[in-house]
Design a protein around this ligand. Structure first.
Ligand SMILES: [Zn+2]
Length: 317
């Protein structure tokens, strides 16, 4: 999958991330294996349709690594369950500047330890800024894996719960590879994702934060697609998450419209105070071109604000 860069990076809370560019991160894929190891349980949360937390954390960690390249060490490469001490030891050996533990067994949040260092607080704030629009609350708790004494003083640490696979809605969301890709972009972005991915293209999250005024049909931004080497067979993939402050349910659609070609879109209803994840693929042949990505709603009768994270990528077989 090729990632294409869009719009300026989110500027809130990223100064820390930029200062750590070229740093080493340990991504801790929570749980694993088939047996508890110390305080690390094997499966973690379990979804009604069979999704396991341990599989989500591994898949997400691998995606983050693919975006950040050689600067990332995972605490496990496969279905194993290192103890919490083992996971900390990996961070020590790597000389980690950051330790980010991934979980999928609680409602969405970014956690730091109550005795977290300044660096850990900055990392947590940076991660929260990157994930906040995706519904992640900032939390503080004495989580064993974040115990400051386990890690080197220079290792900033936080834990991310990307949702609870035990919850049917979250399970559906976290089963979606595009949702994992969008989460990986947010996490990698907070860690100062390099400008070039393994495919040689810049990869950044596109972040919408706009107002739709009464009477406006919607809004959009132009995505400049990079040259594709096998243009005809490439697919444009748009995925993300949208929230709004509308006082009643609104229907809207997220669309991608290449300059030449039919739009692809997803129609959704968004209840007040909720967020909605979406993903869709533009299935037609794609030439090198610009493309509009936007949100349109037919029923806005007063100004509302819609926040959205959008990951636009191009998949060429
Ligand atoms: Zn967990």
């Amino acid at each position: 999958m090729r990632d294409i860069a869009r719009v300026p990076r989110e500027t809130d809370g990223t100064s820390f991330a930029y200062s750590l560019v070229m740093s080493v991160y340990v991504i801790d894929c929570g749980h694993g294996g088939g047996a508890q190891n110390g305080k690390s349980t094997a499966y973690g949360a379990r979804g009604g349709s069979g999704v396991l937390e341990k599989d989500v954390t591994l898949a997400l960690g691998q995606r983050v690594r693919s975006l950040l390249g050689g600067r990332v060490v995972l605490t496990r490469e496969n279905d194993a369950n290192p103890s919490l001490a083992d996971r900390a030891a990996i961070a020590h050996r790597a000389g980690a500047d950051g330790f980010i533990s991934l979980h999928a067994g609680e409602s969405r949040g970014v956690w730091i330890h109550p005795r977290a260092s300044e660096r850990s607080r900055a990392l947590g704030a940076s991660m929260h800024a990157a994930l906040g629009a995706r519904g992640h609350a900032a939390q503080i708790a004495e989580l064993a894996v974040l115990t400051p004494e386990r890690l080197s003083p220079q290792t900033a640490a936080c834990l991310i719960e990307v949702g609870d696979v035990g919850d049917a809605r979250d399970e559906r969301r976290l089963r979606d590879p595009l949702e994992l890709e969008a989460l990986a972009h947010s996490i990698a972005g907070a860690l100062g994702a390099p400008r070039a991915t393994r495919f040689g293209w810049a990869g950044e999250l596109k972040r919408f934060n706009f107002r739709i005024r009464g009477g406006d049909p919607g809004t959009d931004e132009t995505v400049h697609l990079p040259p594709a080497s096998s243009g005809d067979r490439c697919r444009l993939i748009v995925s993300g998450n949208v929230t709004s402050n509308a006082p009643r349910p609104i229907s809207f659609q997220v669309s991608a419209i290449p300059w030449a070609g039919d739009p692809s879109n997803q129609r959704m209803t968004l209840a007040p105070g909720s967020s909605s994840a979406y993903s869709f693929t533009w299935p037609n042949a794609m030439a090198d071109a610009d493309c509009l990505v936007g949100v349109w709603t037919p029923e806005v009768d007063r100004a509302i604000t819609i926040h959205g994270d959008v990951v636009v990528s191009v998949d060429c077989p």
